[in-house]
Design a binder for this molecule. Sequence first.
Ligand code: GDP
Ligand code: MN
Length: 396
Amino acid sequence: MNLHEYQGKEILNSFGVEIQRGMVATTPAEAVAAAKKLTEETGTGWHVIKAQVHAGGRGKGGGVKLAKSLEEVEQIAGQIIGMNLVTPQTSAEGKKVHQVLIAEDVYYPGASEPEEYYMSVLLNRGTGRNMIMYSTEGGMDIETVAEETPHLIFTEEIDPAVGLLGFQARRIAFNLRLSGQAFKQMTKFVSALYMAYSKSDSSLFEINPVLKTSDDRIIAVDAKVSIDDNALYRHKDYLAMRDLREENAIEVEAGEVGLNYVDLEGNVGCMVNGAGLAMATMDLIKQAGGEPANFLDVGGTADAERVEIAFNLILRDPNVKAILVNIFGGIVRCDRVAQGIVDAYKNIGTINVPIIVRLQGTNADIAKDLIDNSGLDVQSAIEFQEAADKVQMVLS
Ligand code: GDP
Ligand code: MN
């Protein structure tokens, strides 16, 4: 589950990570009230207005702006709230902005210039350990840094059973070329950040930029946080932060009925039982010259009701030009699945895209007869290749 920047910062703050303070607003009036309140507390009078959407690169798309007066806060908030924010990480249509974060300006000038660093905590699946990735080159695309100057990205591996050790936090501060007060603040920052990541069961905490202010405070200016879905049952407070408006509507609906659906770009919808077979089916579609429109694992019980729900989900995607059903009847009998498909088809009424059904396993031949004699616009196959050829045919 992904969170908004302001929610990620709330979590950071609860673990003692220093953050750029701010308040959320959904209208320009709320934005002004928030700015007034922040000014009373800190007194700089300058604020940044930051679009809250689940996408990075907001700065580049015009979703992060500095306001030097309350009039500017009102005007900029009015611009950003309701806009369709297009960033390098969104689709061409962009993402609708429902709320903004009004944050105190932390880039105030001083004796020395503020510095921006990059830092993230994530799981290294290869080693089964957590890892902190960090760089002196913060504030910009970390992907570009990785490509052009990979030696400027450091990693620190952490044994999840032991946790982050003191010398590791000091090594990070050292590699970021800090000294004195800033060095001390950075070790504190890193320890608290790792604690936040670990205790919240997250799979990612990305802070870009981490800021060193001119008076040597270390502050999280941005926060991209992903919490492991499988751990949400023990974090009801984080679960309440879920913003369904940011998620794919079909995926949300599938989740509600317990189906594993992932929306993809292509034109061939698929309905498969088992994640492994679903992956293989997606490969097959690609090989046949198509592109999968989704990943969908209907699980072990491919009965009429479930098949009907699955068809309806797939058909909500306007890009779908054909549907490939690929079911292996190991525990479930193929003829029962075939009957389910026929019943579901009749219940839905008209389906305007060709359907290819490949059933393999127990009673596959009976299932094929059932489909072939149903009088519906459904083509059957038993072999994988046969199904692929039929997909190719309906696409051409
Ligand atoms: P992103 O573009 O979605 O990653 O959003 P960020 O939260 O990282 O903000 C983008 C950029 O806005 C940062 O890299 C900063 O350069 C700038 N920014 C953020 N906060 C402030 C602030 O308080 N004052 C000023 N002047 N700039 C800021
Ligand atoms: Mn950022």
